[in-house]
Design a protein around this ligand. Structure first.
Ligand SMILES: NC(=O)C1=CN([C@@H]2O[C@H](COP(=O)(O)OP(=O)(O)OC[C@H]3O[C@@H](n4cnc5c(N)ncnc54)[C@H](O)[C@@H]3O)[C@@H](O)[C@H]2O)C=CC1
Ligand SMILES: O=C(O)[C@@H](O)[C@@H]1OC[C@H](O)[C@H]1O
Length: 482
């Protein structure tokens, strides 16, 4: 076991002690080992970080877009150089297998790269004026100080997803990583120094949501809040932001349906269903939370699915052949277990797993068995509430209309999946499924150039791609006369 590290806040391009001496203990969810002791910001520290970002704003916005992009390209090079180190930090703090952590580092690079490449395309408009000779210009301008609040499931990529467009567009940025997984964001801060970032454009304040997060949201300096996390926390943030009439972008939970029709390529569908459910121990907002299979292929699908789930190797996430690591925390583990118990009470059948993994190294971490439930019905709690864990619920549907009706019966609206070869079904599903991101004949995984956006309880705003980048700018209209 390596010695725990100690971390201060990152304000004004340097490490800065919090005004109090309190520290959060960060633990490895696979072993329980203490990884680090991290500063807990107080309200005065949050104010200081925001003021520093505010002071850095005029010079940063004054740079031409390509100069701002060049700083981001320098950061990207350093992230690429340190891929292995960053991946190991992600795996230690979050518990995802190292092979997935490497993918996350690359995704972080792609997200920042898209922002750097496309900031020159933040184009405005010139509109004919309402007086002779007049031109009306609508230009895109940065908001000012952007506050990021992120989740623990993709600790580096979620920071990158917000930092890239915020900075590229000329804003300055303060982020609060999740209190369970601040270490990869702090490592990114270290790299920003090496990249020569101007002081104050990127700041990190660590600590809890109700304290540090709320102080970021309510401070008048903050103009835009971009958050990833749970629906209840998103609601609170939106309510708190309303007082200052601030813009919010909230990327919240999901309850993706995964539809398999009778003409689907069954092997491809099974592989994708498993990837979309068990990646990151099921802790993904786009995860396959409800698998709807046409009755004509249900038995065959179940047979092949069972083989695939049984083969998943759960264990030490640092081992190259591990498929699934632990849940992030004991609390999350208990939540999932309680949901499975409730499903069984309501009539579900446990085909595989359905319990915490114990014995040997499992006793030290938050390990849950890859779980397969059948006899699941649409009105069960497990079909309505986000599991965010390694539990695949299989539901039989009688036909296409039944699949669409059941899939749409959710208060969430982020992602949906469908497997079918029939173009008519595909056309109908893409029209009728009430979800912001639909994967046809493939597993999930957003592209940096796409748009990651959900309806209903899944949030408001959206991120990534050109639409996501546009969220980080405001407009200014100029009536131009000589
Ligand atoms: N959209 C997604 O991808 C994610 C969804 N979740 C869902 O949320 C559930 C609970 O996870 P949590 O860690 O408890 O999520 P959470 O929503 O409490 O935390 C997300 C972020 O919001 C901050 N936060 C919480 N309350 C706040 C407040 N009142 N004001 C300002 N900031 C606040 C937290 O400190 C953290 O940085 C999971 O089981 C899962 O269902 C969790 C992580 C990511
Ligand atoms: O928070 C989530 O789970 C999603 O936004 C997630 O972030 C990076 C992954 O690629 C997404 O699915």
């Amino acid at each position: 076991m390596t010695k725990p590290t100690t971390h201060d806040l990152f304000i004004g391009g340097e490490w800065s002690k919090a005004d109090n001496t309190e520290r959060d203990t960060i633990r490895n969810p696979a072993t329980g080992d203490v990884l680090a002791h991290v500063a807990v910001a107080g309200e005065s520290d949050v104010k200081r970080a925001l003021q520093t970002a505010q002071d850095a704003f005029p010079a940063w916005r004054g740079l031409i877009a390509t100069d701002r992009a060049d700083y981001l390209y320098r950061l990207i090079e350093l992230i690429r150089r340190d891929t292995e180190k960053l991946a190991r930090i992600i795996t230690s703090e979050n518990g995802k297998p190292l092979k997935e952590a490497r993918i996350e580092v690359n995704f972080a690079i792609q997200l920042i790269r898209f922002a750097a490449e496309n900031v020159r395309r933040l184009e405005g408009n010139i509109i004919p004026g309402s007086r002779p000779g007049e031109k009306i210009l609508i230009e895109k301008i940065p908001h000012g100080v952007v506050a990021g609040i992120s989740a623990w499931n993709f600790p580096l990529a979620l920071t990158a997803r917000k930092l890239g467009p915020a900075l590229a567009a000329g804003n300055t940025f303060v982020i609060k990583p999740h209190e369970l997984t601040p270490l990869s964001t702090l490592a990114l801060a270290e790299l920003s120094v090496e990249a020569g970032f101007p002081k104050g454009i990127f700041n990190v304040v660590t600590g809890g949501g109700v304290t540090v997060g709320n102080a970021l949201v309510t401070n008048p300096i903050t103009r835009l809040i971009t958050m990833t996390g749970s629906t209840p926390a998103g609601r609170k943030i939106m309510a708190a932001a309303s007082e200052g009439l601030k813009e919010v972008r909230l990327e919240l939970g999901g309850k993706a349906p995964f539809i398999v029709m009778e003409d689907a390529d069954i092997d491809a569908a099974v592989n994708a269903a498993v990837a979309a459910r068990f990646m990151n121990c099921g802790q993904v907002c786009t995860a396959n939370e409800r698998t709807y299979v046409h009755t004509a292929v249900y038995d065959e699908f179940l047979k092949r699915l069972r083989t695939k789930v049984e083969a998943l190797k759960t264990g030490n996430p640092l081992d190259e052949d591990t498929d699934m690591g632990p849940k992030i925390s004991a609390q999350e583990l208990e939540k999932v277990d309680a949901m499975v118990r409730k499903a069984v009470e309501q009539g579900a059948k446990v085909e595989l797993g359905g319990k915490r993994l114990t014995g040997g190294a499992y006793d030290r971490g938050n390990f849950y068995a890859p779980t397969l439930l059948t006899n699941v019905k649409g009105d069960m709690d497990i079909v309505q509430n986000e599991v965010f864990g390694p539990v695949l619920s299989l539901i039989r549907v009688k036909d296409f209309d039944d699949a669409i009706t059941q899939a749409n019966n959710s208060r969430y609206g982020l992602s949906a999946y469908m497997f079918t070869q029939d173009l008519k079904n595909i056309m109908r599903m893409t029209n009728e499924l009430n979800f912001g991101e639909i994967y046809v004949n493939r597993e999930g995984g957003e592209a940096a150039q796409g748009f990651h956006h959900g309806y209903g309880d899944s949030g408001i705003g959206g991120e990534d791609g050109q639409y996501g980048l546009e969220a980080y700018v405001d407009t200014k209209t100029v009536y131009l006369n000589a």
